[in-house]
Design a protein around this ligand. Structure first.
Ligand SMILES: Nc1ncnc2c1ncn2[C@@H]1O[C@H](COP(=O)(O)OP(=O)(O)OP(=O)(O)O)[C@@H](O)[C@H]1O
Ligand SMILES: [Mg+2]
Length: 314
C-alpha cells in the first residue's frame, strides 16, 4: 500500500455560512512536486493552513505520513512558508533561522549548522548579520523558504513563494527549491498564480476553484487531456490554404499566418502538405503548439473565472 505524505479526505472549511474549501480529497506521494493553482480566493491558503494544522477543518480528516493533521508528529514532518511572513524586528537573518530551528526542537549545534547551510543555499550568507525585517521582498521570501526547511521536513508547503518577485528571483527561488527536493527527497506542495513558471518544476498539477478541486493529474497527462491539436501554419499563399481547408478544419487568421485546430492532427498535416504541394506553394511554418500550463489553466477556468472573493462572505 502506498504511504502518502499527505492525505486529505472530504475536507470542508466554512467561515460562518461561507464555504471556503468544499469537500476536497487529495493524496500527495513522496518525492513529487505538486503545483496547487487557482484564482484569488479559490481556497489555496485555507487548504494549506489546514494541512499545516493552523486551521481546523469544519468536517473531514487528513493525515501526514499516517499521523492526524495538527498532531505533533505531523507538524515535525512539515515545513511551511506562508503567504505572508512577519519577522521579529530585532533579529538578524541568521538569528531568526537559528531561533526557528531551536523552536522546532533542534539542538543549538544542529540549528547553527543547518542555518549556515541554508544561508549558503539561498545566497544569503553575506546578509546573515543584517536585520531580516529590513530585507527586500525577495530576500524575505528566501528567508521564509529557508525557515520552512530548517528542520529537515519531509513535506514542504509553499504558499506563493514567488509572489511579487521579479522574473529572475522567481526562477532562482524555484531552482533552489528543485535542487533541495532532489538533494533531500522532499515532497513539495506549491501554490502560485504565475503558472507558466511552475510548469518547468512540477510533476503534478492540482487546480482548485471556488473551494473545489477541478483537476488533479500528472502534468503531462493534464496537458494531453486538454490538448486539441493546434497547428500554426504559414505559406506564401495563406488565403488559398484557408479557402481550401477552412471548411474542413477550424481555421483562424493570426499574426503568424493561420491557426488550425483539429482532433485529427495526422490528417490535418497531410491535407496541408497536399494543398501546398498541389498548388506549388512554399511552406514557411508548420508548428504544433505545445499547451502551456497557463493555457491549460485558462481553458479549465473558462466560463468559471469570476473570483470567489466576489462572493459574499459570511
Ligand atoms: N478567516 C477567514 N474568515 C472569513 N473568510 C475567509 C477567511 N480566510 C479565508 N476566507 C475566505 O475563504 C476564501 C478562500 O481564501 P484563501 O485565502 O484560501 O484563497 P486563496 O486561493 O489562497 O487566494 P489568493 O490566491 O488570493 O491567496 C476567500 O473567499 C476568503 O475570503
Ligand atoms: Mg492565498
Amino acid at each position: 500500500m502506498t504511504e502518502y505524505c499527505v492525505e486529505l479526505k472530504n475536507i470542508t472549511k466554512k467561515f460562518g455560512n461561507f464555504t471556503a474549501v468544499d469537500d476536497i480529497s487529495l493524496k500527495l506521494e513522496p518525492g513529487k512536486i505538486y503545483g496547487f493553482v487557482g484564482p484569488n480566493g479559490a481556497g489555496k491558503s485555507t487548504t494549506m493552513a489546514m494541512i499545516m494544522g493552523s486551521l481546523f477543518p469544519t468536517s473531514g480528516s487528513g493525515k501526514v505520513f499516517g499521523h492526524p493533521l495538527a498532531s505533533t508528529e505531523a507538524l515535525q514532518l512539515l515545513g511551511y512558508s506562508p503567504e505572508f511572513t512577519s519577522f521579529y524586528r530585532d533579529m538578524s537573518c541568521a538569528e531568526y533561522l537559528h531561533y526557528m530551528g531551536t523552536l522546532s526542537g533542534m539542538s543549538d549545534k544542529a540549528a547553527t549548522a543547518r542555518t549556515k547551510e541554508l544561508l549558503e543555499k539561498f545566497d544569503l550568507t553575506e546578509h546573515a548579520g543584517r536585520k531580516v525585517a529590513k530585507f527586500s521582498t525577495g530576500m524575505k521570501k528566501k528567508v521564509s523558504l529557508a525557515q520552512a526547511m530548517i528542520n529537515y521536513p519531509k513535506v514542504l508547503l509553499l504558499d506563493e513563494p514567488t509572489a511579487n518577485l521579479d522574473p529572475t528571483s522567481r526562477q532562482e527561488i524555484l531552482e533552489t527549491v528543485r535542487d533541495m527536493v532532489e538533494k533531500e527527497h522532499l515532497t513539495v506542495f506549491i501554490s502560485s498564480h504565475v503558472l507558466t513558471e511552475l510548469e518547468t518544476v512540477i510533476n503534478h498539477v492540482i487546480m482548485i476553484n471556488h473551494g473545489k478541486i477541478i483537476l488533479d493529474a500528472p502534468i503531462h497527462e493534464a496537458q494531453e487531456m486538454f490538448k486539441k491539436g493546434i497547428l500554426n501554419v504559414n505559406t506564401d499563399n495563406n488565403e488559398l490554404l484557408h479557402e481550401q481547408l477552412g471548411s474542413k478544419y477550424q481555421c483562424t487568421v493570426t499574426e503568424e499566418g493561420l491557426r488550425f485546430v483539429s482532433d485529427d492532427m495526422p490528417g490535418l498535416k497531410q491535407d496541408i502538405v497536399s494543398c501546398v504541394f498541389n498548388n506549388h506553394m512554399t511552406l514557411n511554418l508548420l508548428q504544433e503548439e505545445v499547451l502551456s500550463l497557463d493555457s491549460l489553466y485558462k481553458r479549465i477556468m473558462e466560463g468559471n473565472t469570476h473570483e470567489s472573493d466576489n462572493k459574499e462572505n459570511a
